[in-house]
Design a binder for this molecule. Structure first.
Ligand code: CO
Length: 136
């Protein structure tokens, strides 16, 4: 079951500059960075009431975000819905014809379980489903 909008992710070509902007120019609380080797990204989180903004930057210059940034200067990358049962939601949505980018969830930031739905299933928007780990 979907329980909330977990975060909005922005692909950024310069992570430090973007952190400075969100922290100092926009005055948001900075929760620190985390590298997610499985996703080949460096992430930075800024919680705001009800959701948070995620900056995503290529880790070691490779991965899906690197490819994204080769074609664009940056941009709104995906929406993430929080779920309390990711496996049930995957099964439910697959049955409705949704196409996923992987067969099973992988590990995301904060140790959560994540999976992405192909943009072609959602009017061109990349949608992430995210089940937080038990102690987060
Ligand atoms: Co995300």
């Amino acid at each position: 079951m979907i329980t909330g909008l977990d975060h909005i992710a922005i692909a950024v070509p310069d992570l430090s500059a973007a952190i400075e902007r969100f922290m100092n120019d926009f005055g948001l609380e900075f929760k620190g960075t985390e590298d997610v080797p499985a996703a080949k990204t460096s992430t930075a989180f800024f919680p705001v009431p009800a959701t948070q903004i995620e900056l995503v930057h290529p880790l070691n210059g490779e991965g899906a975000i690197a490819k994204y940034l080769e074609k664009r200067p940056g941009g709104l990358h995906h929406l993430c819905f929080r779920t309390d049962d990711i496996d049930a939601d995957i099964e439910r949505l697959k049955a409705k014809g949704y196409v996923f980018l992987s067969d099973a969830p992988s590990k995301g930031a904060h140790n959560c379980k994540v999976i992405f739905i192909h943009p072609k299933s959602c009017d061109g928007v990349l949608i992430e489903l995210n089940q937080p780990c038990e102690d987060h």
